[in-house]
Design a protein around this ligand. Structure first.
Ligand code: SAM
Length: 311
């Protein structure tokens, strides 16, 4: 979520008072400066926008962020940041059934593109998708014809869609609540596609990611466009091996996390994960903290680490 400067200042002040933490003025200024930069819109546009690759996406008014990368394009991001690195297209050649956990259904692009591409590889494949979404937009811009028919059929049947070996179910509401109600799933792939970690921290915390891990197959693959240090650190503390995906569109590459090693991928630079004070997880122990509380707590802990390391 986006927050105004006054709300950020008040949240930091309240946190420091509550925790009885005293820090020098220059450190306090550095905390406020960074939080204010993180919690403002990343783009000036609103509504439907055309990406640099010629397809369309939407800007979410509460996050000031596009649902898809404006440089990689909507389809480019779905393919290059999610479907290809997940290895699902390879699995589809030999598996009878594939299960996908889709965090952040959004406009339904990842879902529709994954189903279409997997069925192209193996028409007999059974696909089960469990999806989480807090709030759907009133409408979504159309995908190119190749995918739009399927996306629209799913959209019109929400929250439940069944067709030719495909079983899709959407859980509407805060994913932190709904995920706890899912007893088991054994996902072969997780598409973790929340908004950026600083603006949408509740879906990137150590505690939420541990719920995601619970619903994964032991050979499952977690994929995301994000390479943020707090996210990678949380995954690493949860026992995942981390790999980088190539940097299409957004400047940095994304992340693939698996419980079993995948040799064909490039391992993440561990040095930064060990050395940077920013490489600490977001914490949300009771999985119901206000997003601003999560991010303020994180940024203050970073500053305390910096002070203790003599920065
Ligand atoms: N995967 C989508 C697609 O292909 O169209 C795009 C997802 S968009 C980047 C992130 C989505 O996460 C938004 O639709 C947003 O509403 C959803 N979201 C954010 N916070 C959430 C929460 N706490 N619980 C469930 N969904 C959430």
């Amino acid at each position: 979520m986006l927050y105004g400067e006054e709300k950020i200042e008040k949240s930091v002040e309240d946190y420091l008072k509550r925790e009885n933490i005293k820090i020098p003025e220059k450190n306090l200024n550095s905390i406020l400066l960074e939080l204010k930069a993180w919690l403002k819109p990343s783009v000036k546009d609103s509504g439907v926008v055309k990406t640099e690759r010629g397809d369309y996406t939407l800007i979410h008014p509460d996050y000031g962020e596009p649902y898809h990368s404006l440089t990689a394009g909507a389809i480019g991001e779905c393919m290059e940041k999610f479907l290809l690195p997940s290895g699902l297209l390879e699995m589809a050649k030999t598996y009878r059934k594939i299960r996908i956990l889709d965090i952040g259904f959004g406009l339904g692009y990842n879902t529709a593109i994954a189903i279409k591409k997997l069925k192209d590889v193996n028409p007999a494949l059974e696909i089960e998708i469990l999806s989480f979404e807090k709030r759907l937009p009133d409408e979504a811009p159309p995908l190119p014809d190749e995918y739009e028919g399927l996306r629209k059929r799913i959209w019109d049947k929400l929250p439940y869609f069944k067709e030719e070996g495909v079983c899709f179910k959407l859980h509407l509401g805060d994913a932190r609540d709904t995920i706890r109600k899912v007893p088991s799933f054994s996902a072969h792939a997780v598409f973790h596609d929340a908004f950026s970690p600083y603006r949408n921290p509740e879906l990137w915390s150590f505690h939420f990611l541990s719920q995601v891990k619970r619903l994964m197959d032991e050979e499952g693959v977690w994929v995301s466009y994000s390479s943020a240090l707090p996210v990678r650190k949380a995954l690493s503390e949860l026992g995942f091996k981390l790999f980088s995906t190539s940097g299409v569109g957004r400047k940095r590459g994304g992340t693939v996390a698996c419980l079993k090693v995948k040799n064909e991928l490039e391992e993440v630079d561990k040095l930064k994960l060990e050395a940077s004070p920013y490489a600490i997880p977001f914490l949300d122990p009771s999985v119901d903290r206000e997003p601003i509380e999560i991010i303020v707590d994180y940024r203050i802990r970073v500053e305390l680490l910096k002070i203790s390391q003599g920065f």
